[in-house]
Write a protein of this length. Structure first.
Length: 299
């Protein structure tokens, strides 16, 4: 991608996905993503964690970067069904996608908070039994997990659990249902995106060893689960990624402004349109697998 001009938006992961024009689209995509993740991993609380906390008189759970709160909402229903009393708190830097409190369970609250801006509010320190983290690859471009782990650890009670679910954002796989169906455009989109990430030094290989990071941080009883995405969900994942790709035109300059740019905005629109047509012929795009790592704070 070229040097930004007035017609090209510079990518900043802290602001891009909370821009007003993307609010309802991003929220809809988060609902779809949650549905697909749950299909993949099959649990809201990792089974060993749920067994450990099931008998607590008042379970306290924090969800970091909670988006529209869909994970907490599902967790509330699950806990009620199983007779578990809980306080469920979601935190996000931008509250625009929060449902109105009138439509939330009384045990659930969503609050605006930049979790990486220290110090954390004193009334949140050391009060949670579980801290949930999901899909943080876009906010950890350099592979340094320490700031996130530090926040999660501060929020936890002694003996509390971190549950972190992640998929590599730098690994896209395009598959065609048959040799007769082209996937050239989807492959080209993937090459463009990977090239941009590499140019910025962004790698998500830490996801493959997420449990090692938790262990090195000092968490105990660390374990990892690797879940392969289901083939019947590949179309859903494809549509989830197409929603993202559709937003990326702002990163490419119009041909009239930068005629010598490696990829113009018009060329991106054409490439994206051809990729969509390929998916309509059965091509799917996915990231292979989802990882859950769990660790326990020392007593």
């Amino acid at each position: 991608m070229t040097t930004p001009s007035a017609d090209v938006e510079e990518y900043d992961q802290s602001t891009f996905w909370v821009a007003p024009a993307r609010n309802f689209r991003s929220s809809a995509r988060l609902h779809l993503q949650h549905f697909l993740v749950q299909n993949t991993i099959g649990y809201l609380l990792e089974p060993v964690v749920e067994k450990a906390v099931a008998g607590f008189p008042q379970l306290k759970v924090a969800d970091l970067a909670c988006g529209n709160g869909v994970w907490l909402s599902d967790l509330h229903s699950h806990l009620v069904k199983n007779g578990i009393s809980a306080q469920l708190d979601g935190f996000d830097i931008n509250p625009i996608n929060f449902p109105d409190p009138a439509y939330l369970p009384t045990s659930m609250s969503l609050k605006q908070l930049d979790i990486l801006a220290k110090p954390l509010p004193a009334d949140l320190i050391g009060i949670y039994d579980v801290v949930h983290i999901r899909a943080f690859v876009s906010v950890i471009p350099d592979g340094d997990l320490t700031p996130v782990l530090s926040v999660a650890s501060e929020l936890l009670k002694p003996g509390g659990y971190i549950q972190w679910e992640e998929s590599r954002g730098d690994r896209f796989i395009a598959e065609s249902p048959s040799p007769q169906v082209s996937k050239v455009a989807c492959d080209t989109v993937i090459q463009v995106l990977n090239g941009s990430l590499q140019a910025r030094g962004i790698r998500n290989d830490w996801v493959d060893v997420l449990d090692t990071h938790l262990d090195k941080y000092g968490l105990q009883n660390v374990r990892v689960h690797v879940h392969e995405k289901r083939k019947q969900d590949f179309k859903g994942w494809t549509e989830d990624y197409l929603m993202v790709w559709d937003e990326l035109a702002v990163f490419f300059p119009p041909k009239s402004k930068e005629p010598n740019a490696p990829l113009s905005r018009e060329a991106w629109f054409d490439l994206f349109s051809r990729a969509v047509k390929e998916t309509e012929q059965g091509v799917v795009v996915h990231q292979g697998r989802f990882v859950t790592a769990v660790g326990q704070k020392a007593l």
